[in-house]
Design a protein around this ligand. Structure first.
Ligand SMILES: [Zn+2]
Length: 244
């Protein structure tokens, strides 16, 4: 049965993305900027297991002019039938100094997502509450809160809205992420790798999803098979929430 990678930068693997496209994985491929958005779309045209997400990462917000980026992203949504924006959001933990530029861009993405009923693949380090409030007020139909490490009360609100919590292999060594895993119901969890990102000596990637499934099974006191099946169901729910 397929493992779910709900957040991977497939465009960063060069030609090697094909190794993840042999049916073992169901993937949401996120983009970092306009160039990588085009690459992600190209990959998704060749691989039916990939749901493409386009957009500009908050870390690149300062280099992106909203008046240039937003119409081009909207064009991709219309012409290429893109149904997810990502990796988009706000970051006050690692890039507080560009917060204003991030906000300008993110508000534009929210408007596009609302108008076309798109899902969002969210980066919200240090800005979890702000991003959730915006997503809720724009009535975004579905969203994945990638690598969630935010407050526990907010976690409950995100789950109550029917949005998804991304659990990353870093959970094996990152205590605050493990606490999120303990509190999040299995029905709200999507596994992810964030590959090829490196975190404290871990080279993240789909190869780590098996260990991740085992860790989730251990924490939830169920078998790995139950985890794989439920996460796959969650992924199908996510996909069915997307318009068209
Ligand atoms: Zn990412």
């Amino acid at each position: 049965m397929e493992l779910v990678d709900s957040h991977i930068h497939l465009h960063e693997y060069g030609d090697f993305w094909v190794r993840y496209c042999d049916g073992r994985y169901l993937l949401v491929a996120v983009s970092d900027d306009l160039d990588s958005s085009f690459k992600t779309l190209e990959i998704s045209r060749k691989c039916s297991f990939v749901v493409p997400a386009v957009g500009v990462h908050p870390w690149n917000a300062e280099r992106a002019l909203p008046e240039e980026v937003l119409p081009r992203v909207e064009k991709l949504v219309v012409e290429e039938r893109v149904r997810v924006l990502g990796e988009v959001g706000l970051d006050r933990a690692f890039q507080a100094e560009t917060y204003d530029a991030q906000m300008k861009l993110f508000l534009g993405f929210l408007k596009i997502a609302r108008d076309y009923e798109l899902g969002m693949n969210i980066h919200a380090a240090g800005a979890w509450r702000e991003v959730f409030n915006l997503i809720k007020s724009y009535r975004i139909p579905t969203a994945i809160f990638h690598w969630y490490t935010g407050p526990h009360d907010l976690l409950n609100e995100i789950v109550a809205e029917g949005y998804f919590i991304g659990i990353n292999p870093a959970v094996i060594i990152q205590k605050k992420h493990e606490e999120v895993l303990r509190r999040a119901p299995l029905e709200a969890i999507l596994t992810e790798s964030d590959g090829p990102y490196k975190y404290r000596g871990l080279t993240l990637g789909p190869e780590m999803l098996k260990d991740l499934v085992n860790k989730i099974a251990e924490v939830k006191s169920v078998s790995p098979e139950v985890v794989v099946e439920q996460v796959r169901r969650n992924f199908i729910t996510f996909r069915s929430n997307l318009s068209r």
